[in-house]
Design a protein around this ligand. Structure first.
Ligand SMILES: Nc1ncnc2c1ncn2[C@@H]1O[C@H](COP(=O)(O)OP(=O)(O)OP(=O)(O)O)[C@@H](O)[C@H]1O
Length: 713
């Protein structure tokens, strides 16, 4: 009797042959699967004494989760690439469907092949680095066993962008929508320091078969980390889409814009920008030399040699007339600069997202936004009603126009509101400028890209800022309304609610807590705040009542149930799949108590760009740093970080898990990311840098996911 290394099922296995590892026997169901995934060859692990092991870090496993076969039922194959095979899989506990990319393990002797390790780690790292973006196919979890690595991905059922191009007849409006999604994904990657290096229509997948389905980037197989100004030199990409500077082996982020330009050209005209038939290239080159223009009649990729294609990419004249006869001038004017050969002259993906051709199509949506917000504002003060619709109305009314990308704003969170009905919430305060409105989904995505350590740091800064009621009035009102809607303060007489400003109460509680904190550890802030609020006396404090009402449920001071946030996401205002809602929610409840705390709410919704312009910014950050630096050494050590992250809950809840968990390697890798000088600890400057919101980290890069089908309602 032998145990299958994949599923642990017992069975009669054949004795391994000479030089074959004992672990290679598989039960019949795993064997079938191995065949489907092409793992059979690797399932027989030959141990060759002649192989010399390379120097360096040899590992036997990645540390991913085990037991994939216990948790998932594999279905039909969707596709395959050079790296792995993709199947539909059903999560047995929830019944939800995912795509699973199974990558057969490659071995070097008894260890994993270092090149294979690097490729897998890179793909997983980059996917995780992109956080909760809805423009990228979400990596839900990574599993491994002796034979395969299984990457569980969000299932995109609508096929690839290439498939749609091949089917033909894409309207200009649809093409614009696809281009927005594509550029959002590219711009977010660039903002996170990732050069995609393989932007092409095959790597973008539609979430559903619907014509207007969201499009997501899949496959980071060739992506490279790249600092601003860094020059990459490895020639990678797909021949038809590579930029001229990639061929010259000196490139950076603009190369992705070129590839996006080729894709946009293809989407709008159904053709490549050049015809790469060798004769045609010669013709182009002579036409160029003669200063004339030749007409492209490109229809396919046949008879193309790379050399001819390279020459076409480098020197061939692009057709901006004949192929464009059915397309608007605005669309052509949009694509043309993307295919400028000089990368310095090419616009960035973020700049392109503000191009009039893209924003014009959403202008009417803005008008709709305003109508909706105006309606909502009339009910904004009705915070005692109990429907989730009124929660949404209150949230909408608390902010300005939600679509940062369509209003031509500068791209930070602080463009002014156009709705006079909301002016009471528009103060000169940092947060009051545009606290939430319809940017909730954008904020949740961006919050997810920050990573756990930055989230914790910003929560603590928000806590300090909350001591000044003027700063946070608008956000506190929305938070209070959510709490009341959720019934957390239901026992309070309405007069008490009406006469008490939650911002003031929270500020009082926070101030009292802060006094306590001065002499105690950060871990007790919540407890101290709750105690302080409780000490404010009966009927005098909404927070006290909230804390008291929540106490039997184990909730902390100033919290709202996750269900209230979920209610906002599923009430029809946004277009989100069930998996996406879970993806956005998964980062909100780090300690698994089912509540979002007030400081977390603030970290999520505050306008950090404005906050960082405040003259107090460094003082606030210094206060947090000093608390984190337990031994007062002036640096935060890995041990202090571990304690800190542990104190703030275990940390990660994959949407597959009921309970949050902390990946053991998380803390050292957090430190590696922030420790710029490599001394194994974090200085104040490194901490300040971590909390800094980068100029590229703009809210408008993320999709608002407004539900446009509700426009006529
Ligand atoms: N999340 C997903 N949902 C649905 N289909 C998917 C998903 N991910 C990948 N696919 C399909 O599986 C195919 C192979 O996936 P992918 O290109 O990621 O594999 P790969 O081996 O990494 O490819 P490459 O050769 O480009 O490196 C894709 O063409 C796509 O059609």
């Amino acid at each position: 009797m032998r145990a299958c290394p994949r599923s642990a099922a017992l069975g009669q296995g054949q004795l391994p042959g000479r030089g074959v590892l004992a672990a290679t026997w598989q039960c019949s169901s795993c064997k079938r699967r191995s065949r489907a995934t092409g793992c059979v060859a690797r399932a027989t692990l030959q141990v060759s004494p002649q192989l010399e092991e390379p120097h360096g870090n040899l590992i036997d496993s990645f540390g991913f989760k085990p037991n994939f076969s216990w948790e998932f039922q594999l279905g039909g194959m969707i596709g395959s690439g050079s790296f792995g095979v993709v199947h539909v899989a059903t999560h047995l506990r929830s019944g939800r469907k995912y795509a699973v990319k199974s990558v057969p393990k490659q071995f070097f002797g008894q260890h994993l092949d270092p090149g294979f390790v690097a490729r897998v780690q890179h793909e997983v790292d980059v996917s995780r680095h992109m956080g909760q973006s809805l423009n990228v196919v979400h990596l839900v979890e990574a599993y491994e066993d002796d034979v395969c690595v299984d990457l569980v991905l969000e299932l995109a059922c609508g096929g690839s962008l290439l498939g749609r191009i091949k089917r033909g007849s894409i309207s200009e409006v649809t093409a614009a929508r696809c281009i927005v999604d594509m550029l959002r994904a590219v711009a977010q990657c660039h903002a996170k320091g990732v050069a995609v290096c393989d932007v092409k229509p095959d790597n973008f997948l539609f979430v559903t078969p619907r014509e207007d389905a969201p499009l997501k980037m899949a496959d980071f197989g060739l992506a490279q980390y790249c600092r601003p100004g860094q020059v990459l030199s490895e020639r990678v990409g797909t021949p038809y889409y590579v930029a001229p500077e990639v061929l010259r082996q000196a490139y950076g982020f603009p190369a992705d814009v070129w590839s996006a330009g080729v894709t946009a050209y293809q989407l709008l005209t159904g053709r490549f920008p050049w015809h790469a038939d060798p004769d045609w290239v010669e013709e182009q080159l002579s036409a160029n030399a003669a200063g004339g223009r030749a007409r492209s009649s490109n229809t396919g990729q046949s008879n193309v040699t790379n050399k001819a294609l390279w020459r076409a990419i480098m020197y061939g004249q692009l057709d901006w007339q004949w192929a464009w006869h059915n397309v608007s001038d605005e669309a052509r004017d949009f694509v043309q600069p993307m295919l400028t050969r000089d990368p310095e002259q090419r616009p960035t993906a973020a700049q392109l997202l503000r191009h009039p051709w893209l924003t014009a199509s959403s202008r009417s949506l803005d008008e709709w936004d305003d109508r909706l917000a105006a309606r909502a504002s009339s009910s904004s003060l009705n915070i005692h009603s109990s429907s989730s619709a009124s929660i949404s109305a209150t949230v909408k009314a608390a902010g300005g126009n939600g679509n940062g990308s369509s209003n031509g704003s500068s791209g930070n969170d602080s463009s002014s509101s156009s709705n006079a009905g909301r002016s009471h919430l528009r103060s000169q305060s940092l947060a009051g400028m545009r606290p939430l409105a319809d940017t909730l989904v954008q904020r949740l995505q961006r919050y997810g890209t920050w990573g756990r350590l930055k989230q914790i740091g910003l929560r603590q800064v928000a806590k300090i800022m909350a001591r000044d009621p003027g700063q946070l009035q608008g956000l506190a009102e929305v938070f209070g309304a959510l709490q009341r809607e959720a019934g957390l303060v239901a026992p309070l007489p309405s007069a008490a609610v009406a006469s008490t400003s939650l911002a003031r109460v929270d500020a009082a509680a926070a101030a009292a807590a802060a006094a306590a904190v001065a002499s105690t550890s950060l871990a007790s802030v919540d407890a101290a705040a709750a105690a302080a609020a409780g000490a404010a006396g009966p009927g005098g404090s909404v927070v006290a009542a909230a804390a008291a009402a929540a106490a039997p449920l184990g909730a902390v001071h100033g919290a709202i149930p996750l269900e209230a946030i979920r209610g906002l996401l599923v009430d029809g205002t946004y277009e989100l799949s069930e998996v996406e809602v879970r993806q956005l929610m998964s980062q909100l409840d780090h300690n698994g108590d089912g509540y979002v705390s007030y400081d977390e709410w603030l970290a999520l919704t505050l306008d950090w760009t404005a906050a960082q312009r405040s003259s107090n910014w460094e003082t606030w950050v210094r206060q947090v740093f000093d608390r984190f630096d337990g031994d007062g050494s002036g640096r935060i050590s890995t041990a202090e970080l571990l304690e800190l992250v542990g104190r703030h809950g275990p940390g990660f809840t994959s949407e597959l898990d009921e309970e949050p968990y902390l990946i053991p390697d998380t803390v050292p890798s957090m430190m590696r990311r922030v420790d710029a000088d490599g001394d194994g600890s974090m200085s104040f400057d490194e901490f300040l840098g971590l909390l800094q919101t980068d100029a590229a980290d703009q809210l408008e890069l993320f999709s608002s996911r407004r539900n446009y089908s509700n426009r006529q309602q």
